[in-house]
Design a protein around this ligand. Structure first.
Ligand code: NAG
Ligand code: NAG
Ligand code: NAG
Ligand code: ZN
Length: 369
């Protein structure tokens, strides 16, 4: 919450407007040869023949009977639900991956794509000889299948970020299946690969969601706590200067630690601003001699898909030979949370774009009223 109380309400409105502008883009095609996909950016219906068939393939009996969260964004249950293990509210991550399993390594990930700004990022990563993991939104995959193919051709790793980017703890078990399987199909149709890793939108995950994901063969990858949320999604409400200074402090704290584990960042190939800032954040890591790698390298997984062995398996990105001369030095005093720490309470809930931003704006207005 702290971050949001320091922002202006006008800024909130701008952020909300930006999100709406993004989600009200011209209606995309919902079909590709021989396939009819569900409407984009909406939770797919669970009574379609496809979803009915997918539900028959898995056994959901034994799923934890945790009530669905309500609200957009969902509110933290009070009192907390015993054994829910709700990362968003209590920082509990169960067996989710929360850190890159390689020392001194930045697990490079981009969420919410592909978008019209993705090619600029791909050009940059190619020039830098870097590979990343892209957590793709199914609704975007069917609009830009060629970008998804390009990501594979250029040695990147793909993973799932659901069909419509809804908070999964607010959806029924069957709706979660529909979100995951339609995305799986969209990426398979584009690449022949069945995804194995996923990132829950907003980091919104609990033991019920985990149960369903596991039945579908998915491994959740969260990020390494608030210190490694780059805040790119807050641009332009948060200034570029603040984003860079905040992340510089996190990297300095990491560089001063024993670095026995790596970290995963939260970044987005969502728009011109997030793609632009990525090209300023990455040099900060390179200047500190931190290796940059996608999820399969971090997790030492040479089979990073459930199916489809023909993809190029990303290799370790080449270490930079020359540190960028223009790398900014830290302008912020130390004190960022160390690797792995997660702030508790409400603040961590306001992550990523969209509904969470809107709700934060509403909360600010309510608090000031
Ligand atoms: C490195 O630091 C972490 C967290 O502070 C600690 O748990 C771990 O034991 C340390 N590892 C070594 C090799 O000192
Ligand atoms: C963002 O858009 C501006 C204006 O069109 C353009 O000059 C700039 O190169 C873009 N940046 C990126 C990273 O695409
Ligand atoms: C950079 O890191 C590599 C291994 O990650 C290490 O071998 C090398 O000594 C480091 N170089 C500097 C200048 O810190
Ligand atoms: Zn997202």
């Amino acid at each position: 919450m702290v971050k949001f109380f320091t922002s202006s309400i006008a800024g909130m409105a701008m952020a909300v407007a930006a999100v709406y502008a993004q989600t009200t883009a011209p209606a995309p095609p919902t079909t590709s040869p021989g396939v009819t996909y569900p409407p984009v950016n909406a939770v797919p219906p669970i009574d379609s023949p496809e979803v009915v068939a997918w539900l028959k393939e898995i056994d959901l009996t034994g799923a934890p009977t945790i009530p669905l969260h309500t609200g957009d964004p969902p509110v933290c249950p009070n009192p907390p639900i015993v054994d829910e293990c709700y990362w968003t509210c209590d920082g509990c991550s169960a067996d989710d991956i929360t850190a890159c399993g390689r020392p001194n390594t930045w697990g490079l990930t981009f969420d919410d794509g592909p978008s019209t700004d993705t090619p600029v990022l791909l050009d940059y990563l190619k020039a830098q000889k870097l590979a990343a993991t892209f957590f793709l939104i199914g609704s975007n995959v069917i609009q830009f299948p060629d970008l998804v193919k390009r990501e594979i051709a250029e040695g990147h790793h793909l993973a799932s970020h659901t069909w419509s980017h809804h908070a999964l703890t607010t959806l029924s078990n069957e709706q979660i299946v529909a979100e995951m399987k339609w995305t799986e199909k969209a990426i398979m149709d584009a690449t022949g690969l069945r995804m194995k890793y996923m990132r829950p939108p907003y980091g919104d995950i609990n033991n019920r969601v985990r149960f369903v994901l596991k039945k579908l063969g998915y491994i959740p990858v969260d990020w390494t706590g608030d210190a490694f949320d780059t805040n790119d999604w807050q641009l332009p409400t948060m200034t570029e200067e603040t984003v860079l200074a905040t992340f510089t402090a996190s990297l300095d704290a990491y560089a001063a630690s024993n670095k026995s584990q790596g970290f995963y960042c939260l970044e987005h190939d969502l728009n011109n601003l997030t793609v632009g800032i990525a090209q300023k954040l990455i040099p900060l890591g390179q200047a500190r001699n931190i290796t940059i790698a996608p999820v399969p390298v971090c997790q030492n997984d040479n089979q990073p898909y459930q199916l489809g062995g023909t993809a190029v398996i990303p290799t370790l990105s080449a270490a930079p030979t020359v540190a960028p001369t223009s790398a900014p030095s830290s302008t912020v005093t130390k004190g960022a949370a160390p690797t792995g720490s997660i702030k508790s309470g409400a603040e961590k809930r306001y992550i990523e774009k969209g509904a969470m931003v809107l709700a934060a704006a509403v909360a600010v207005v309510a608090a000031l009223a």
